[in-house]
Design a protein around this ligand. Structure first.
Ligand SMILES: NC(=O)c1ccc[n+]([C@@H]2O[C@H](COP(=O)([O-])OP(=O)(O)OC[C@H]3O[C@@H](n4cnc5c(N)ncnc54)[C@H](O)[C@@H]3O)[C@@H](O)[C@H]2O)c1
Ligand SMILES: O=c1ccn([C@@H]2O[C@H](COP(=O)(O)OP(=O)(O)O[C@H]3O[C@H](CO)[C@@H](O)[C@H](O)[C@H]3O)[C@@H](O)[C@H]2O)c(=O)[nH]1
Length: 437
């Protein structure tokens, strides 16, 4: 099949590359000329495990190409994917200007039947708005499909290649057949391709993300309560997660969920509810609790130092919102840095992939270190914000030797409390015993 993908971010680039890898001819379009130039030169512009191998293979075999020219890209395409940003507007609702802007352009330039697929996360009713935007100028037939994407950053290629399910929202049998053919190689392991109406497909995406964000937030509250009553959240998690109705995944407490999806999608669903006369009280609480949780480690730090953070230096391990990505959108670490700087502290940061992106925000207000122990050298304490594998088994002797004092505040529960007690550290984590020296 011939496919055009508009928008080559985390979703568009992975979508285009993976469709090329199942034999389709894919052309990816982006308005960012520099990014397109880099991709034409064989460079993957984001960090996503395994993407480079699949990307390189499909460029070499001439199934994957890049352009800034939307008209040329869609000319031969049977299917056009929209993988455009839907960032939060000022009031928290999803900003549809990118999606509707391109839809309007498509109306002007399509010259034969196209299946136009919305892969961006959009509120209920957007498929109809996209249909109207294309129809304004289109002189040919087209169908609109809502095909929300469920990939996680850090596992994007794996999630795309082996999805738990594929959701297709369309009222057109013709478009449904095209989408079924396209996705056949991806659902061959028996995972379902579920066809439904456009609105249900759009809401499925928000419902899934809001549910997962709620699950995490619930565990963060249980963790906070564990700290008050002396229970251990890791034990509670293990005890709960073995109930198959609850499940083991997404029960890890921490310093709040971040990323480009959960924060904006929970907000957008709450807003969409309000616009339709429904108050999502549960989501309002999730938003409040998560905002507080992002600074839980800083509150512990302030308590330990009696609010006197001014003039202190803190090492910070992890800047990305989660491991295995360079994405820092809504990363808890950014909120922590802001608080530390506000309190007059210095920050020495290390992250395996995300430091360049953070430089774009904080510039030289913080120090960027080449490795784990450069960041802890002469720091008063270590803070951990992301669970990169490389942080899990550090050389504790080296760590103790480089820090001014053996103090760790861990937002991701990376270490066993008993081990840190035996090593003589002051160690605070989330929902577990506070280890004091
Ligand atoms: N990031 C994820 O893990 C993820 C997962 C599932 C769904 N989603 C959803 O997918 C959508 C895209 O997210 P993303 O993270 O890939 O975004 P992104 O910001 O990484 O990428 C968007 C791309 O679109 C390009 N673009 C903007 N306007 C354009 C235009 N007019 N023409 C062509 N290209 C244009 C940008 O230059 C950028 O390269 C969002 O709705 C998001 O909520 C994201
Ligand atoms: O048990 C957990 C699991 C996750 N998180 C946090 O939750 C956030 C999101 O993590 P994750 O879901 O792994 O990453 P994303 O790449 O943001 O993926 C989510 O958002 C995407 C965009 O919509 C969806 O496609 C995915 O299905 C959905 O998992 C991160 O800050 C994690 O640290 C926790 O705190 N505890």
């Amino acid at each position: 099949m011939k496919i055009a993908v508009v928008g080559t971010g985390y979703v568009g680039l992975v979508t285009g590359t993976c469709f090329a890898d199942t034999g389709n001819d894919v052309i990816c379009v982006d308005i960012d000329a520099k990014k397109v130039e880099r991709m034409k030169n064989g460079e993957v512009p984001i960090y996503e495990p395994y993407l480079d191998t699949v990307f390189e293979r499909n460029i070499r075999q001439e199934r994957l190409s890049f352009t800034t020219d939307l008209k040329a890209a869609v000319a031969d395409a049977e299917i056009i994917f929209l993988a455009l940003p839907t960032p939060p507007g000022e009031d928290g609702s999803a900003d549809l200007s990118y999606v509707l802007g391109v839809a309007e352009e498509l109306g002007h330039i399509i010259t034969d039947y196209k299946v136009i697929v919305d892969k961006s996360t959009v509120p209920v009713g957007t498929a109809e708005l996209v249909r109207q935007a294309v129809a304004k100028n289109a002189k040919v037939d087209f169908d609109i499909v809502s095909n929300p994407e469920f990939l996680r950053e850090g596992f994007a290629v794996e999630d795309f290649m082996k999805p738990d399910r594929v959701v297709i929202g369309t009222s057109s049998d013709r478009a449904a057949k095209v989408m079924e053919d396209l996705y056949k190689p991806f659902v061959r392991q028996g995972n379902p391709l579920i066809i439904m109406d456009e609105k249900s497909a759009e809401l499925t995406k928000y419902a899934a993300n809001a549910f997962l964000a709620t699950k995490i937030t619930f565990m963060n509250e249980i963790a906070n309560f564990c700290e008050l009553v002396g229970a251990d959240v890791d034990m509670v998690r293990a005890g709960m997660g073995t109930d198959t109705r609850i499940g083991k995944r997404f029960l890890f407490p921490g310093i709040g969920y971040g990323g480009s999806c959960f924060p904006k999608d929970v907000q957008a669903l709450a807003k969409s509810g309000a616009e339709n006369g429904y108050r999502f009280e549960i989501l309002e609480s999730v938003l409040d609790v998560n905002n507080r949780q992002k600074l839980s480690l800083i509150r512990k730090l302030k308590e330990y130092y009696n609010d006197a953070l001014s003039g202190k230096t803190f090492a910070l391990w992890g800047l990305a919102f989660k491991p295995d990505t360079d994405d820092i959108r809504e990363a808890p670490a950014l909120y922590m840095i802001e608080e530390l700087l506000k309190a007059g502290a210095k920050v020495k940061a290390f992250d395996p992939e995300a430091m360049e992106n953070v430089k774009g925000i904080f510039g030289d207000k913080i120090e960027y270190c080449d490795n784990l122990y450069d960041s802890t050298k002469d720091a008063d304490a270590l803070l951990i914000a992301t669970e990169w594998s490389v942080f899990r088994n550090p050389n504790f002797t080296k760590l103790a030797g480089s820090l001014k004092e053996k103090v760790i505040f861990d937002g991701r529960n990376l270490f066993e409390t008993k081990k840190l007690k035996d090593l003589g550290f002051h160690y605070e984590s989330i929902g577990r015993e506070k280890v004091t020296k």
